[in-house]
Design a binder for this molecule. Structure first.
Ligand code: AMP
Ligand code: MN
Ligand code: MN
Ligand code: MN
Length: 279
């Protein structure tokens, strides 16, 4: 599969610059790449320049944080105009929410005896819990990022602060209003019951959502098949994305994704800007 439509750079919580991400994707055989940083499109211009140099088609993307029925869910926007004024205003609001949340997390950590996290607030742009987790690891408060999340940054833990993100309707509306397609990202990761997931999918569809992320790095064929049936039932297209943040021992590159299951059409269907070059 030469599409990868869900990746991150240093502009949010990824570890590669836009240039290095594009190069890594090209090397791994990706021909159509979407850069989808959390709540920012800051990487798109640099990613596009790098992609143009190596024959990769760069799809402008974003991953928008959404609060839905007490859950945080993620809406990926694809092939939208990153300069759209309403989208930009919405993302600026979410970046402000992230900054306020980071200030509150720093205060909660200090109250729990962990001093010095205020240094994180100097970071420009998007502040993610990943940055806080990495800092906790660097300071010796946790052996690795996953444990930093579990010990400090998850609900009920001393560094957890709930945030009020965009509404589902707003997030989908910003993407569609900017000419893009909205994708419900990694639907199995929200730990929703089957019934609740169907409710989310129907709310997403009613809001104007276009696709479900059906193939992603951690999913087996059976799980992708179930998501494909859910998409087909809701009249949605299907997307594929690795959610690549950094090289891991068991997954060193973006891309490398399975083909779509039968019975669903790709989110790139009918989108000239999302077709590979030279086909
Ligand atoms: P935020 O959007 O700032 O709340 O951070 C969420 C991000 O943290 C996700 O996009 C993942 O990249 C990462 N993440 C979430 N849960 C974990 C976890 N348990 N361990 C490591 N990284 C995580
Ligand atoms: Mn992330
Ligand atoms: Mn996500
Ligand atoms: Mn992601």
């Amino acid at each position: 599969m030469y599409y990868d439509l869900h990746t991150h750079t240093v502009c949010s919580d990824g570890q590669l610059t836009p240039e290095r991400l594009v190069a890594a994707a090209a090397e791994a055989g990706v021909r159509v790449l979407a850069v989808t940083d959390h709540d920012t499109v800051a990487a798109i211009a640099d990613a596009r320049r790098a992609a143009d140099r190596c024959g990769v088609v760069l799809v402008a993307g974003v991953e928008i944080s959404v609060s839905w029925a007490g859950n945080t869910v993620h809406i990926v926007g694809l092939d939208m105009n990153p300069a759209d004024a309403i989208l930009q205003r919405g993302l600026a609001q979410l970046q402000a929410v992230r900054r306020e949340r980071a200030v509150a997390i720093v205060a909660r950590l200090a109250a729990a005896g962990i001093e010095g996290a205020a240094a994180l607030l100097a970071r420009e742009g998007v502040i993610s819990r990943v940055h806080i987790a990495d800092w906790l690891v660097a300071q010796g408060h946790a052996p690795d990022s996953a444990l930093a999340f579990r010990k400090f940054l998850s609900p009920g833990r001393p560094g957890y602060v709930a945030a009020s993100w965009a509404s589902l309707a707003d997030a989908v509306g910003w993407v569609v209003g900017a000419g893009g397609r909205a994708v419900l990202a990694h639907p199995t990761r929200y730990r929703l019951s089957a019934g609740r997931l169907r409710q989310l999918v129907s709310a997403f569809t009613e809001a104007g959502g276009g696709a479900l992320e059906v193939v992603s790095a951690g999913l087996d064929i059976g799980e992708s098949g179930r998501l494909a049936r859910l998409a087909a039932h809701a009249g949605l297209l299907a997307s594929v994305g690795s959610d690549f943040h950094k090289a891991l021992p068991w997954r060193r590159h973006p891309g490398g994704l399975r083909e779509l299951p039968v019975g669903v059409a790709g989110v790139w269907t009918g989108r000239p800007q999302m077709q590979p070059q030279g086909v």
